[in-house]
Design a protein around this ligand. Structure first.
Ligand SMILES: Nc1ncnc2c1ncn2[C@@H]1O[C@H](COP(=O)(O)OP(=O)(O)OP(=O)(O)O)[C@@H](O)[C@H]1O
Ligand SMILES: [Mg+2]
Length: 239
């Protein structure tokens, strides 16, 4: 049973408080939704959890171990993985090689093991013809590849930062099913998504950020009915 705990985490950029005293947790077999208008601090929260950014205050722990100040590569080794909002595959490599990078450099596996892991991950994602260059992949395949690179590090906790953005309804269904499968395998998952239908379908618990603050949490049905949540999104529309 994996438990990632975030306690009162704050991060400032100059005068801007991007994440303000946010507490939450992600546990095995559950999907946490992280929602909120543009610029509300969703990606920054994931950057703090994965160690890309340092917190100004607050703590982060994984299974009781304090990881607040450990390096990103150490957190990867401990089992925390993420996709990036803007996918940046190595375009000169094939899909298979891109996935292998996660196993080789994320977990320090040998070339042979990395090959095996890449084959398993490609299977799991139903990513066909993985020996094609990345430039020939469809939009859905690029998203899957981004997830595959994260899965190749053999994570216990996985954050998906808007992986469904730009996909059509059928492709979205495909990825929603994939996320459900990963959850059923016991992964602890955090999902950032603007498409509320997706959040409604895949999450067990949702936190809502607005201007860096956690303004609501609960099931999707609970938070989507709260006036301060509706106001935050309406404010975005008017902006
Ligand atoms: N490296 C940085 N330097 C300065 N400001 C930053 C940095 N990263 C994020 N910010 C600011 O912090 C705030 C939160 O940004 P963040 O990217 O976390 O929002 P988000 O909720 O992920 O938004 P979106 O839905 O558009 O992806 C924004 O005002 C953003 O401009
Ligand atoms: Mg973001």
């Amino acid at each position: 049973m994996t438990q990632l705990m975030v306690r009162q985490v704050t991060r400032r950029f100059g005068g801007l408080v991007a994440v303000n005293q946010v507490s939450t947790e992600v546990v095995s077999g559950r999907v946490l939704g992280i929602i909120g208008p543009n610029g509300s601090g969703k990606t920054t929260l994931v950057n703090l959890i994965t160690g890309l950014y340092r917190v100004d205050s607050g703590t982060i722990s994984l299974d009781g171990r304090d990881i607040t100040y450990t390096f990103p590569h150490e957190r990867t080794r401990l089992g925390i993985a993420r996709t990036f909002q803007l996918a940046h595959p190595f375009v000169d490599l094939t899909a298979r090689e891109n996935i292998m990078v996660g196993a080789l450099f994320g977990q320090g596996k040998s070339l042979g093991l990395a090959r095996g892991i890449a084959a398993e991950v490609a299977d799991l994602l139903a990513l066909r013809s993985v020996d094609r260059p990345v430039s020939t992949l469809s939009a859905l395949e690029v998203k899957k590849l981004e997830i595959g690179r994260a899965l190749a590090t053999q994570p216990r906790v996985l954050f998906l930062d808007e992986v469904m953005a730009g996909l059509n309804p059928e492709e979205t269904r495909d990825l929603v099913a994939l996320v459900g499968g990963l959850r059923d395998q016991g992964l602890a998952i955090g999902v950032i998504e603007h498409v509320m239908r997706v959040i409604a379908q895949v999450t067990d618990w949702v936190i809502v950020l607005n201007a860096g603050e956690l303004i609501a949490q609960g099931t999707y049905d609970q938070v989507s009915a709260q006036p301060q949540v509706i106001a935050a999104y309406l404010g975005e529309e008017g902006a």
